[in-house]
Design a protein around this ligand. Structure first.
Ligand SMILES: [Zn+2]
Length: 358
């Protein structure tokens, strides 16, 4: 694969898993195009033309030409300058790292994180909140996130990547979309009476099983195991970062009983509690890993060596697929790098498929 092919594969998977569906995405791109056409030539220079192709402002090739070949990738949930240095070190040791992939956005992907948050209004709408109310509630929160990411040193890791000539990419919302679909389908297929049932169902997924070993398994933030779950909404898995605290009142009115999310700020938890919505927090690194793993399986299938780092719980769902680079894989495993959970990972029955937390 090349860097460009890795990027396109991630975007394609992200689009297929987008909660807005094909039609919803087409409308988003149409709105972006109309916006662009209204701009003066000067303003057009500032417009990110990628917004005409896809809506994922938090998914970018931060450094590196798209044509460069990729034999192996170092992938982490957060990539800081330290991980870029690590990539350089691994290269010295002969590990073929041609690209570093961060899940959480870096560079301008982080600076424009707020742009992907509009997706959340669509998700709330799907659960019965009128779209005008959902957009109204989200508007202030989106502004807040735009302000909160503005003082961050966005380019620190990108600068390091450039200095060492190590290509760097971030894949955020496409992976979160995949995690969202996975959990949604996983829960839909089950008879879940209580909040405890929801937690038990989430724990069946290998990423969460592994997280349990680090005391980072799924937790009930509001409610108790024997409370009835009611209507379950996986509303807090994708859409950039945590939403507006005002949404819980609206979701309660729309009939939602239990929210499943990756993580939750204290002020949001308090609002959910006030409106009697149960909250199950699946876990952050584990949920981010669940999304990334589905993209990484596609890369691995095409012969790319995956080296997980920085919080990524690598689960390979390509049931015993022998790849061309099997020899390199096994060598890396023997050296303690590469596939964290290689062969014995159980294959689930399901789809084959700041201080902001993203
Ligand atoms: Zn995250």
């Amino acid at each position: 694969m090349t860097i460009g092919e890795v990027y396109d594969a991630a975007l394609k998977l992200g689009r297929e898993a987008d909660p807005r569906g094909e039609d919803g995405l087409r409308r988003v791109l149409e709105r972006n195009r109309k916006q662009y056409e209204k701009l003066t030539p000067d303003e057009r220079g500032e417009f990110d033309r990628e917004r005409l192709e896809h809506p994922y402002s938090d998914t970018i090739i931060a450094y590196g030409e798209p044509g460069r070949p990729v034999r192996g990738v170092l992938v982490g949930i957060d990539i800081d300058p330290a991980e870029i240095l690590l990539a350089d070190k691994l290269r010295e040791r002969g590990v073929p790292i041609d690209l570093v992939i961060s899940h959480h956005p870096v560079g301008k992907g982080l600076a424009a994180l707020d742009e992907v948050m509009h997706l959340q209004a669509d998700l709330m709408h799907q659960h019965g909140v009128p779209i005008n109310v959902a957009e109204g509630v989200m508007a202030e929160r989106i502004e807040q996130v735009r302000r909160s990411v503005s003082p961050v040193n966005h380019n620190q890791a990108v600068d390091m990547a450039r200095a060492l000539d190590i290509p760097l990419m971030c894949i955020h919302t496409p992976a979160d979309n995949l995690a969202y679909q996975f959990i949604k389908r996983h829960l839909e297929g089950k008879d879940l009476d209580t909040v405890g049932d929801v937690v038990r169902a989430i724990k069946e997924v290998p990423e969460y099983k592994e997280a349990l070993k680090h005391s980072a398994g799924p937790r009930i933030f509001v409610g108790s195991p024997d409370r009835r779950a009611g209507k379950i909404a996986v509303t807090e898995f994708t859409g950039g970062t945590e939403g507006a605290k005002e949404i819980y009142e609206k979701l309660a009115q729309a009939g939602v009983g239990t929210i499943v999310g990756m993580h939750m700020r204290e002020e949001n938890r308090e609002e959910a509690r006030k409106h009697h919505i149960n909250v199950v927090v699946a876990g952050h690194m584990s949920s981010d890993s669940l999304g990334m793993n589905q993209i990484l399986d596609v890369l691995a299938d095409r012969g790319v060596e995956i080296t997980p780092i920085s919080g990524l719980i690598r689960v390979d769902r390509r049931a015993n697929v022998k790849t061309e680079n099997q020899e390199q894989r096994m060598k890396n495993v023997a050296e303690g790098i590469g596939h964290a959970m290689p062969e014995e990972t159980p294959v689930p029955e399901e789809p084959d498929a700041i201080e902001e937390e993203f």
